[in-house]
Ligand binder design. Sequence first.
Ligand code: GLN
Length: 612
Amino acid sequence: MPQKNNTSQNASAGDSEVSNLLAEAGQSSHESEFFSPIPKGYIPGRHKYVAVLGTVMSGLGKGIFSSSLAKLLKDKGLKVEPIKMEGYLNIDSGTLNPYRHGEVFVLDDGMETDMDLGTYERILDQNLGGANFTTSGQIYRRVLDKERHGGYLGRDVQMIPHVTGEVKYNLRKLAMDKDADVVFIEVGGTVGDFENGFYIEALRELAFEEGEEGVCFVALTYVIEPQALGEQKSKAAQLGLKKLMEAGIQPHLVACRGHNEIEETALEKIAMFSNVPKRRCFSMHDRKSIYTIPESMREAGLDREVLTRLGLHDRVNQRHEDKAREDWRVFVSKLTSPRKFQAKIGITGKYAKIRDAYASIDKALEHCGAHLSVDLDVRWLDTTEMDETDVTRELEQLDGIIVPGGFGKRGTEGKIACIKYCRENALPYLGICLGFQMAVVEFARHVCGLTDAGSTEFDPKSPHPVIDILPEQKKIEGLGGNMRLGGKDVQVKADTLASFLFDEQNMIRARFRHRFEVDPKYIDKLEEHGMIFSGRHPQQPIMQMLELPTKMHPYFIGAQFHPELTSRPLEPQPMFMGLVAAAIQHANPQVDPAEITSRWLPPTLPTTPVEA
Ligand code: GLN
């Protein structure tokens, strides 16, 4: 059923506070206590909101829960837009240490966000932008800017209504600009935290203003199961939910996290103490794969409960849902069935012990593993202390290597040694950003004879700075906001490995986050010695992909961009697929390549690696 033209039918909130506020917006509102700026053209009742709030503790997988629920609605043909609201004061995540906060996820419009945005993009298979992410810093900055420009008509600017007003304005603006049926709001942190209190208050106000069918509140909570007791305890969950209710929010749905499936008695207690009928209390226990969560939510009927709460049943497109469910089912079955092959992939990483710092790489490999039916044994290699002997000892056991993005000198010589090993020993290689740059340094040193080639990031006085700061960036100083960021077009050279992987498209889009690049004056020399720059900026001499000819090396490729950021469960990223396919072949030399995949292994079979 088409859903876009039945707006008036669903715009039933004519009696909501929003209608009053809109009526008021025509006049000056400075006498009103209800300062709540509504974007011009906002249609009351057209857009709905689901707010997901965490209780008891953080780290429960709010993003996974929220994106899975959003996916269920998207599958039904509804237009969904997620937004993550962070409590911290940083304007974006660009300056956050991935060691502490997980990777910095870059969106197509260049916004540097929390890794949760990656979860949303992957689960929803949808590109997001800056409007899908906000921090307290952004909110306060806008309020203060407005104040300096006389935007508050002589009033004293307060947390309520002005800061909360700004939050509501942003949510409605997102809904309106994207014509979303449902906006999924995930508030960072836990109910009761000082720094997200104003978000929670803003959501309470939003629900009041939008009226009965406007907002659905979902509380995520945690059921404790102390080992010594061997039974589930719901008290902390009850107290957490009470805290939410004290803030004036009655949840409509409760999702209970826990290691084991939440028992009926615990669910009953939680239902009783939170006024939420048991059919709307969901056990979100640990499972083998997070990708099975959407389907189990569906089985538990959560999607219907949300539709009912928001009055959205008549916007559902059943055919769309059937198709989306089937596609997902096929992926989940690939993911959960026994794998045909095994292969070992090494990832060099300064943050080797902290997987979150490389979350998207981990996910991209997971997608490829499912599609190519391979069990990937991922090994993290700390290259800080590695010399050539260590490199040989470690790498001769592996079937493929990734040198991921990174900043700073630490471990770079070890990475270069790993790349040298890959090049000389026909070991499949994927270099990402820093891994691309280090492949250039390695090739310049050991193949082109520029023995002291380097990057000015680590060696400002390098006699052969094959990697140098971008000319356009040279004028900018200091950290933060001075990187080449976001989605950009990459021109792909015909008849190359890259062209093979990207299905002979001559232009692709990829996401960047870097300051340094190949110095154009070395391009000719590198190419004369056999390196191919198979991806370039469409106008400027910025090198974006490199490779070695497939007749010299089975799989050696690098990207100045971050391919991991655009890998999706149903559409894994081609450079990763190529690497994993080559790794399977490396691990199973006796197997006919056609049995591994005819799509991702380049037709030219490997002969000998490039010699110096
Ligand atoms: N440090 C390198 C640069 O700034 C690489 C960045 C990265 O790997 N993301 O260009």
